[in-house]
Design a protein around this ligand. Structure first.
Ligand code: SIN
Length: 516
C-alpha cells in the first residue's frame, strides 16, 4: 500500500497532526487497539495553558522550567507555552466543552507546581473530551483513513531515511505501507512498571521502534511516578487526579496527620516527584496506607467536579467526598523518548515524533502537571507542518551527549527468551522505580540483557510477541539510562547519589543503536 503520510497512534498528537495533514494528501492513522485507547483518553486533570488573567506564557515557562529541575530545553519550552493559547483556542472553536465558571469564562484549575490557576478541564475527563473533538474533525476528511488493530512492527528504511512501516493486522497478516513521512505518536510506556496509571496499550512501542531503526533516543531515565493512584488491593491503579489537591484535598497518614507540611513548603502541592517519594516513605515509616481526604470540602461540589473519579470510587465501595481514599505512587509518564527538534523531526529523515513518545526536552527531568496534553497538541500540529517539507534530519543539540557502549549494537530483531511481561514489570517497579541504587539497577540490567536475544525468524513473531519485544527493549533502555546517571534530579532519584550534580550531569544523554 502507498499513502502520503503515516501516523502511528491515535492520541492527541496523532489526531492533531492528522487534521493538519489532511488537506495535503492521504493520511493513514494506524492504531494498535481500538481508536479511543490511548493515554490521552485517560488524562483527567486537564490542559495547562496561559490564558487566565494574571497569567502569561513567561510565567508558564518559569513554572515548567522549575518543575523540570534544570534540564528543560528552554527553546522548546518557549515554543510550547507561546503556541499553547492559539492551539487551545482552536480546540474551543472546534467545539471542545471545557468547564466554565458562573460568568461563562473558561474555568481554570490548579495543580502542583503551577504558580497560578491555569488548567482548563472538562470535568475530570479532559482527555476524552479533546479526543472526541479531534476524532470528529479528523474523520470528516475524506483523505484520512484509519486501520485499527494494526500493530506496527518496524519502520521501513531506504537510503538512510524512513520510507514507511510494516504492521501486523488482527489476523496476524503482515503488511507494508510506504509514505513520504511517518509520525510516531505512540504515547508512553507506563506498562513497563507493575504499578501504573496508564492503560494496557502504553508499552513503549515507539521507543522500541525508534531504537530498532537507529533513531536517537534521549532522557530515558526520567520516568514520572504520579503520587496518587488508587491503592486498594484488587482494584486497578486508577488515577486520582492531582486536581483534587488543587481544589483542597489533603494527604494524610493512617493517624490523620497531614504529613506533606513536614516535607515541603508547598505541602500537598509540592512537585510530583517530591510528593510521590514522601508518600512511599510515609507508608514505609508507618507500615500503613496513605489517604487522600476530601471530607472537609463541599460534597456536592466534589462529586460534580470529579464525576469519573467519584464513580470509580463508588464501584469499589468508597465515597470520594466522605471516605479516606487510599493512594500510592504509580508510573505515569516518561519524559524521555525519541529525540526531536522543535518541529518533531528525529535524527532519521522521514521520521517524526510527537507527544509522550517524543523527547522535545520540554519536560526536562520532571513534567509540570497538565503540560502533556498541551505538548501533544502543539508538537503534533508542528510535526505535521514539517512532514510536508522535504525530508531532513534534526541536528544533535549542543546540550545532548551521545552515550557509548557496545551493548547498543545488540542484534535485531530481538526475541525474549524467558521473561514474561509481568516479570519485567515487577523487576522495573522494584529496581528501576521511585528509589534507585547501583546494585538494584545493575541486577535489573543484567536480567534484561539476558532476556534480549537474537530471534532468527522474525516472520514468526505475532503482535503479542512484538509487544513483548518492545517491552523488554524499552525496559532495558530505561534501566541502563538510570544506571548511567549518577545523581538525583527530578523524577530520577538515586539513593546512592541523592544530590543534583550540575557539574557532571546537566545534560541530556542520548542512546543510539549501534553507537560505540
Ligand atoms: C492528574 O490529573 O493528576 C494528571 C495530569 C497530568 O499528568 O498532567
Amino acid at each position: 500500500m502507498i499513502t502520503d503520510f503515516i501516523i502511528v497512534g491515535s492520541g492527541i498528537a496523532g489526531l492533531r497532526a492528522a487534521i493538519a495533514l489532511a488537506p495535503a494528501g492521504r493520511v493513514l492513522v494506524l492504531t494498535k487497539a481500538d481508536p479511543e485507547e490511548s493515554n490521552t483518553g485517560y488524562a483527567q486533570g486537564g490542559i495547562a495553558v496561559a490564558v487566565g488573567a494574571g497569567d502569561s506564557p513567561a510565567l508558564h515557562a518559569a513554572d515548567t522550567l522549575r518543575a523540570g529541575d534544570g534540564l528543560c530545553d528552554e527553546g522548546a519550552v518557549d515554543v510550547l507555552v507561546g503556541n499553547g493559547p492559539r492551539y487551545v483556542r482552536e480546540l474551543v472553536d472546534w467545539g471542545t466543552r471545557f468547564d466554565r465558571d458562573g460568568d461563562g469564562q473558561l474555568a481554570l484549575g490548579r495543580e502542583a507546581a503551577h504558580s497560578v490557576r491555569r488548567v482548563l478541564h472538562a470535568g475530570d475527563a479532559t482527555g476524552r473530551e479533546i479526543g472526541r473533538v479531534l476524532w470528529k474533525r479528523a474523520s470528516a476528511f475524506g483523505s484520512v483513513a484509519t486501520i485499527n488493530h494494526a500493530f506496527v512492527t518496524d519502520l521501513v528504511m531506504g537510503g538512510g531515511a524512513v520510507r514507511g512501516v510494516h504492521y501486523v493486522d488482527r489476523d496476524g497478516a503482515r503488511h507494508e505501507v510506504s509514505a513520504r513521512a511517518v509520525l510516531l505518536a505512540t504515547g508512553g510506556a507506563g506498562q513497563l512498571f507493575r504499578e501504573t496509571t496508564n492503560p494496557p496499550v502504553a508499552t513503549g512501542d515507539g521507543i522500541a521502534l525508534g531504537y530498532r531503526a537507529g533513531a536517537r533516543l534521549a532522557d530515558l531515565e526520567f520516568v514520572q511516578f504520579h503520587p496518587t493512584a488508587l491503592n486498594r488491593a484488587g482494584a486497578p491503579r486508577f488515577l486520582i487526579s492531582e486536581a483534587l489537591r488543587g481544589e483542597g484535598a489533603r494527604l494524610v497518614n493512617d493517624r490523620g496527620e497531614a504529613f506533606m507540611t513536614r516535607v515541603h513548603a508547598d505541602g500537598d502541592l509540592a512537585p510530583r516527584d517530591v510528593v510521590a517519594r514522601a508518600i512511599a516513605r510515609e507508608m514505609e515509616r508507618t507500615g500503613a496506607p496513605v489517604y487522600l481526604t476530601l471530607a472537609h470540602l463541599d460534597a456536592g461540589y466534589v462529586c460534580a467536579r470529579f464525576p469519573t473519579i467519584a464513580d470509580m470510587c463508588r464501584r469499589i465501595g468508597l465515597d470520594l467526598a466522605r471516605d479516606p481514599i487510599p493512594v500510592g505512587p504509580a508510573a505515569h509518564y516518561i519524559m524521555g523518548g525519541v529525540d526531536t527538534d522543535e518541529w518533531g523531526r528525529t535524527s532519521l529523515p522521514g521520521l517524526f515524533a510527537a507527544g509522550e513518545v517524543a523527547c522535545t526536552g520540554v519536560h526536562g527531568a520532571n513534567r509540570l502537571a497538565s503540560n502533556s496534553l498541551l505538548e501533544g497538541l502543539v508538537f503534533g500540529a508542528r510535526a505535521a507542518i514539517a512532514m510536508q517539507e522535504p525530508p531532513a534530519a534534526a541536528a544533535l543539540k549542543a546540550d545532548r551527549v551521545v552515550a557509548g557502549g557496545s551493548w547498543l549494537a545488540s542484534p535485531q530483531p530481538p526475541f525474549i527468551s524467558h521473561l514474561s511481561p509481568a516479570e519485567i514489570r515487577d523487576l522495573m517497579w522494584r529496581s528501576v522505580g521511585l528509589f534507585r541504587t547501583r546494585e538494584g539497577l545493575e541486577a535489573a540490567v543484567a536480567t534484561l540483557d539476558a532476556a534480549y536475544q537474537h530471534q532468527r525468524d522474525r516472520l514468526s513473531i505475532d503482535a503479542d510477541g512484538w509487544r513483548q519485544v518492545n517491552l523488554v527493549t524499552a525496559a532495558r533502555l530505561v534501566a541502563r539510562a538510570a544506571l548511567r546517571r549518577e545523581e538525583s534530579r527530578g523524577a530520577h532519584f538515586r539513593l546512592d547519589f541523592p544530590v543534583r550534580d550540575d557539574e557532571h550531569w546537566k545534560r541530556h544523554i542520548v542512546d543510539v543503536r549501534g553507537a560505540e
